[in-house]
Design a protein around this ligand. Structure first.
Ligand code: ZN
Length: 225
């Protein structure tokens, strides 16, 4: 038995070391970005591009499993989570993506060749211009129960490509019966706390929020290549 415990202990140590030693995470930390869960451990994270449960069906993040953001953006997010908890003690923010390198942005862009560049920009920012995610100042997220296994029904999943995901078409979709009042109300819970904390929503994705404009982000931070 003691040998078995030793082997178990050793595996945990080795795994722990491997996780701490992710060079891509180290690079983000060296660039001044912070792990959002070190700012607020009650924020839930399910980094979709670090799994195969995403629109490219590939793990494009490799060893990156934690969500990084610029410190100011992470602090705003913690504020949004505080506001959410005050209003709805049984709910938490569940983050799908934060800082994303331009190299990953290129992979996402290349994964949608069926859309002409103009239309494609509705779904994925052009890597030549750079997404606000590439500065660590944008976040993709939803709202879930405290365990994170029951996200609220927002009418579509994350990275749904189509007008059902467009906040600008919610009224129209509600009228046409393609979204329910509950789904729109759930999106409003998310938008409400995010806007109060200083984030700007966008008109084409219910899950995406910017802490700064692209211009402000570019002035203050470099692109993570
Ligand atoms: Zn986004």
């Amino acid at each position: 038995m003691p040998l078995l415990w030793f082997i178990l202990w050793l595996s945990v140590e080795i795994l722990g070391f491997a996780q701490k030693d992710c060079p891509d995470e180290k690079r983000l930390e060296a660039a001044g970005l912070v792990d959002v869960q070190t700012v607020d451990p009650s924020i839930l994270v399910d980094l979709k591009y670090s799994t195969t449960d995403n629109f490219v069906k590939q793990d494009v993040y490799g060893c990156i499993t934690r969500c990084f953001l610029q410190k100011e953006t992470a602090e705003k997010l913690a504020q949004a989570n505080r506001l959410l908890r005050e209003q709805y003690p049984h709910l938490r923010l569940l983050v799908y993506d934060g800082a994303r390198s331009r190299a990953v942005q290129r992979k996402l862009w290349a994964a949608l060749p069926q859309y002409a560049p103009k239309l494609r920009e509705n779904y994925v920012a052009n890597p030549d211009e750079g997404s606000i995610h590439n500065y660590g100042c944008a976040v993709d997220l939803t709202v879930a129960n405290t365990k994170g296994d029951e996200p609220l029904d927002m009418g579509t999943g994350y990275d749904f490509f189509g007008d059902l995901a467009y906040p600008r078409k919610e009224a129209q979709m509600l009228k046409a019966g393609r979204l329910t009042k509950r789904q729109v109300d759930n999106r409003r819970i998310l938008r409400g706390v995010m806007q109060k904390a200083g984030f700007e929503p966008i008109t084409s994705e219910w899950w995406h929020f910017n802490a700064l404009s692209r211009k402000q982000a570019a002035r203050r931070y470099g692109i993570i290549e």
